[in-house]
Ligand binder design. Structure first.
Ligand SMILES: *[C@@H]1O[C@H](CO)[C@@H](O)[C@H](O)[C@H]1NC(C)=O
Ligand SMILES: *[C@@H]1O[C@H](CO)[C@@H](O)[C@H](O)[C@H]1NC(C)=O
Ligand SMILES: *[C@@H]1O[C@H](CO)[C@@H](O)[C@H](O)[C@H]1NC(C)=O
Ligand SMILES: *[C@@H]1O[C@H](CO)[C@@H](O)[C@H](O)[C@H]1NC(C)=O
Ligand SMILES: *[C@@H]1O[C@H](CO)[C@@H](O)[C@H](O)[C@H]1NC(C)=O
Ligand SMILES: *[C@@H]1O[C@H](CO)[C@@H](O)[C@H](O)[C@H]1NC(C)=O
Ligand SMILES: *[C@@H]1O[C@H](CO)[C@@H](O)[C@H](O)[C@H]1NC(C)=O
Length: 648
């Protein structure tokens, strides 16, 4: 058995060596499209926004979901001077959803107070106006006391570079919000910078003040209040994505327990009414980036949501019994109605209208749970799917519901029209599975590749540790493997309607999973090799697929040919998944083919990555190449190329 495998492997190697050394591979293109490229083919998948896409600059801004009195409750907060800080469970909280406050006792002296380190730094940009706000009250009236609170930013050296003051009165025992704006005197990068609040009036010794819901916002993407961090949002928009899978995978749509699941109705309205939740990846989710913020962001960026609902199964392993599903189905209906319902007949839709969006949002696909087969008994998968889909499809016949268990295993009733398929694998697996979908029945069932990424070169460390070979950053080899797999999406786009790399975003100072498509720190965004592959494919997807000579499924070079009807261009995508260059000859069946075309390409060595230290090791290069009815193209080792040629 072992010997036979070795011989087969040797045979493959010999064959591919002979074929490349004996000359170019000829690719004959058929001018008759076999299928159109579906409008949602390339998009994004997302898990959580705090400290990343969500613009808020303060970490632990409202002491949500922490235990009062513990050191952990003070995460990211620090005393300035000999101030005493404590998170307390307030006898008169700022809101029912935010029971905790920061209680600060100010000693005598000036400039005493507290600071917040942000999400491992705070970007200070002198071209920005920041908005800072907080709620305060004196737990015990200090009737004669009056002073000023100064809110501002200081750099890593401790120099104040922005500040603004507001009066405070010791008689104020009810919660009062103060809000200031300031513009820094100079730009300061991000690392080590802090937001601070100090109390003036040196005779104000030993005043105790409670604070709640402190916030610091820079300008946001499209100036949305409570909006998105501009550079992160722009890095997403640059990919030209068509959809956004939200509110996420295991973090949002599972929760560790039913009680800690994401619930749409605790993420809407005033920030004071959002309790936040313990997320699955080790930190609290503020839910400041709530369902309406998501939906408005999608509208701002021409993305369509693919929205998931919680379906009775938590990551911790517990499934709700069939008889107990009704409240969760009702909540899923409410969530869907918040997005598309009629304010005249639906309370969640009326809530949406009251929040400023009477028109329904666009929605065609709803996912039932996430990775429903993982760790869950097949029997619960069946009844949960059936109970949810039967009920939801009566109320929303216009929607398509996506199953998230393994394809056809178990066989579900009713038969799913759509499946979400996830795969984390090696670069080589992706290259060797470019034909993954070619054998699937063409019988109406459609597929969403909702998560995929090359995570390790070691098959035993796909979900393992960096020590075992888990990749820290996407590599050129991984990106080329993913691109090979993606040529298979295009060839099979009659049944693959959408695909998204995962995970999308990573703060380099607090990372639960590697690699990620986009990395960032508090100041800068870093685009990976895989990012550029997503961008090349998304921006060059074309309108229809043109059949051509098939790549060798077990080979090393893969391609896909599409046509853009609007621009009259033929678009060739080529991925070379190994170090040796590969010579290709394209033959086009058109009378008029331009004598030159554009080439956009990324290439590098096997393990080349873009990192915070070396962010542009691999970056796309655009050039002009000679084309014609027949033209040659050499794909460099480990490269992904897109050629566009006008032809008719
Ligand atoms: C091109 O594709 C069409 C439609 O599938 C087919 O009928 C035709 O035979 C193909 N032409 C060539 C040259 O393969
Ligand atoms: C400082 O606070 C004291 C009471 O503690 C008050 O008498 C005094 O007027 C305040 N000074 C200023 C400048 O507000
Ligand atoms: C400060 O207040 C605490 C309790 O509120 C009290 O025990 C302490 O004596 C006070 N210190 C001064 C210097 O007034
Ligand atoms: C959210 O909705 C669920 C039921 O769907 C309900 O139990 C819960 O009280 C609601 N929470 C809030 C804050 O409205
Ligand atoms: C499509 O074919 C698969 C098997 O390849 C089968 O399991 C599935 O039920 C079929 N879908 C429909 C809608 O018939
Ligand atoms: C954040 O990560 C960068 C890169 O690894 C490192 O240089 C920096 O010291 C980290 N900052 C903090 C605050 O941990
Ligand atoms: C393509 O390359 C081959 C050699 O591999 C050469 O014979 C042929 O002339 C080239 N064709 C064009 C159009 O340059």
């Amino acid at each position: 058995m072992l010997k036979l495998q070795a011989l087969v492997a040797l045979g493959v190697t010999l064959f591919s060596t002979i074929s490349t050394s004996s000359g170019a591979t000829t690719i004959v293109v058929n001018g008759t499209a076999s299928h159109s490229i579906p409008p949602l083919l390339y998009g994004l998948m997302f898990e959580s926004g705090d400290g990343g896409l969500y613009g808020e600059l303060l970490q632990n801004r409202a002491f949500q979901q922490v235990t009062a009195g513990t050191a952990a409750a003070l995460n990211a907060w620090h005393a300035v001077g000999s101030t005493t800080l404590n998170v307390v469970r307030d006898s008169t909280p700022v809101s029912a959803s935010l029971p905790n406050s920061l209680q600060v006792t100010f000693p005598s002296g000036s400039g005493v107070g507290f600071s917040n380190e942000g999400f491992w730094g705070i970007k200070i940009d002198s071209s920005w106006t920041y908005t800072a706000s907080l709620y305060y009250r004196f737990p015990t009236a200090s009737a004669d006391f009056s002073s000023q609170l100064t809110l501002g930013l200081k750099n890593a050296a401790g120099d104040v570079v922005a500040s603004s003051s507001v009066p405070v009165q010791g008689s104020q025992t009810d919660w009062t919000q103060v809000k200031v704006t300031f513009t820094p005197s100079s730009s300061q990068g991000a690392a080590g910078n802090q937001f601070f609040v100090t109390l003036d009036n040196t005779s104000g010794s030993n005043q105790t003040i409670n604070f709640a819901m402190l916030s610091l916002f820079p300008p946001t993407y499209k100036n949305r209040p409570n909006g998105m961090r501009i550079d992160v949002a722009e890095s997403l928009v640059e990919l030209g994505p068509s959809f956004f899978r939200f509110p996420g995978g295991n973090n949002l749509v599972k929760g560790q327990t039913a009680a800690t699941r994401w619930q749409w109705n605790t993420t809407v309205g005033s920030l004071l009414d959002r309790p936040g939740r313990q997320g699955d990846w080790g930190y609290v989710n503020t839910d400041g980036f709530g369902i309406l913020e998501y939906l408005e962001f999608f509208e701002d960026t021409n993305m369509e949501p693919i929205m998931a609902v919680w379906d009775g199964y938590a990551l911790g392993g517990t499934a709700v019994p069939q008889a107990g599903l009704d409240p969760y189905i009702q909540q899923a209906k409410d969530q869907i109605n918040f997005v598309i319902g009629d304010p005249a007949t639906s309370a969640p839709a009326a809530l949406r209208a009251s929040l400023g969006h009477p028109e329904p949002f666009k929605l065609q696909y709803v996912e039932i749970g996430n990775e429903d087969n993982v760790g869950s008994a097949p029997s619960t998968v069946q009844y949960r799917w059936q109970t949810f889909v039967n009920s939801l499809s009566v109320e929303f016949p216009q929607l398509r519901f996506i199953a998230t268990s393994a394809t056809f295993n178990p066989r579900l009733t009713p038969n799913p029209t759509d499946y979400d398929v996830h795969v984390y694998q090696t670069p080589t697996w992706f290259a060797q599975n470019s034909f993954f979908y070619d054998g699937f029945a063409r019988n109406g069932t459609q597929y969403f590749e909702g998560e995929y990424a090359a995570t390790s070169t070691n098959p035993n460390a796909i979900f393992g540790s960096p020590a075992q070979g888990r990749l820290l950053w996407p590599t050129m080899q991984g990106a080329a493997g993913e691109a090979a797999f993606m040529t298979g999406f295009e060839r099979n786009a009659d049944i693959v309607f959408a695909a998204s790399y995962a995970p999308l975003l990573q703060h380099v100072n607090s990372t639960q999973w590697t690699p990620n498509l986009i990395s960032f720190d508090s100041g800068t965004v870093y685009r990976s090799t895989s990012y550029y592959v997503q961008k090349l494919f998304s921006l060059n997807r074309g309108d229809e697929y043109l059949p051509s000579t098939l790549p060798t499924p077990t080979g090393t070079i893969f391609w896909s040919v599409t046509r853009s009807i609007s621009s009259g261009e033929i678009i060739f995508k080529v991925s070379n998944t190994v170090a040796a260059a590969s010579d290709l000859t394209f033959q086009l069946p058109f009378d008029n083919v331009a004598s030159s075309g554009s080439l956009e390409q990324i290439t590098g060595a096997l393990s080349d990555s873009n990192t915070p230290d070396q962010p542009t090791t691999v970056a796309p290069v655009t050039s002009t190449i000679s084309t014609g009815q027949t033209f040659n193209f050499t794909a460099p080792g480990f490269s992904v190329s897109v050629i566009r040629v006008k032809a008719s």
